[in-house]
Design a protein around this ligand. Structure first.
Ligand SMILES: CC(C)(COP(=O)(O)OP(=O)(O)OC[C@H]1O[C@@H](n2cnc3c(N)ncnc32)[C@H](O)[C@@H]1OP(=O)(O)O)[C@@H](O)C(=O)NCCC(=O)NCCS
Length: 182
């Protein structure tokens, strides 16, 4: 597979974004509301200003939408950020999330941040595996941390510090990606 790129998530991505957000696994493992109220996605998108919070579209070399990734609030005082990601169902199982998390972690360290976290449902082993492959360390479980579509969810807390990023590429991973600055 050719390289992937992370580009600022904008209104042009909304149709593909909505398709991915409607996937049952995305509804289960992210805080996307189900059902989604009218206008919700535009309000959600408006929260990302490219500095205090950042959102990216994951695209392939032909600009095909593969998924999206987001930062939580970038805490420049504590030098910490939380990252999240979701891959379109048809693009899964090819290393897209792993390469995306690797690129985003690299971006966070380049921004001068010191601690990068990912909060992952205890019932989401594919995402836990992604964090593990990139070099994140499992710190423990935050009980009842997120309220998702009427359920309180226990989340694994994963973190990575500078120098711990796993740069090894799998032979079949997308590789050679880049993050376009918002
Ligand atoms: C989780 C998700 C991001 C993974 O995306 P992806 O591009 O398929 O991930 P990758 O291909 O990079 O890696 C997935 C890894 O998980 C493994 N995996 C997949 N399903 C698994 C399962 N049920 N149990 C254990 N491991 C699993 C894969 O084998 C692969 O590991 P490997 O390379 O060692 O074989 C994707 O399924 C998704 O978007 N899910 C819905 C939204 C979501 O959960 N987002 C994360 C919120 S924290």
């Amino acid at each position: 597979m050719s390289s992937l790129h992370l580009v600022p998530l904008t209104h042009e991505h909304v149709p593909a974004l909505l398709e991915t957000m409607a996937d049952p696994e995305v509804l289960r493992f992210t805080r996307t509301p189900d059902p989604m109220p009218d206008g919700w996605v535009e309000q959600w998108l408006a929260r990302f200003d490219g500095h205090a919070r950042v959102a990216w579209a994951i695209v392939d070399a032909g600009d095909r939408f593969l998924g999206y990734a987001v930062s939580g609030p970038v805490d420049r005082a504590e030098r910490e950020v939380e990252l999240g990601y979701a891959v379109a169902p048809e693009a899964r199982g090819r290393g897209v999330a792993t390469e995306t998390l690797r690129l985003l972690t690299d971006w966070a360290f380049a921004e001068g941040l010191h601690r990068v976290t990912a909060l992952i449902s205890v019932d989401n082993p594919a995402s836990s595996r992604v964090a593990e492959k990139v070099g994140y360390t499992l710190e423990g479980v935050l009980r009842g941390k997120h309220h998702v579509n009427g359920r309180h969810v226990d989340l694994q807390s994963w973190s990575i510090l500078p120098g711990e990023l796993e740069t090894k590429q799998r032979k079949d991973s997308p590789g050679d990606g880049e993050v376009n600055q918002p």
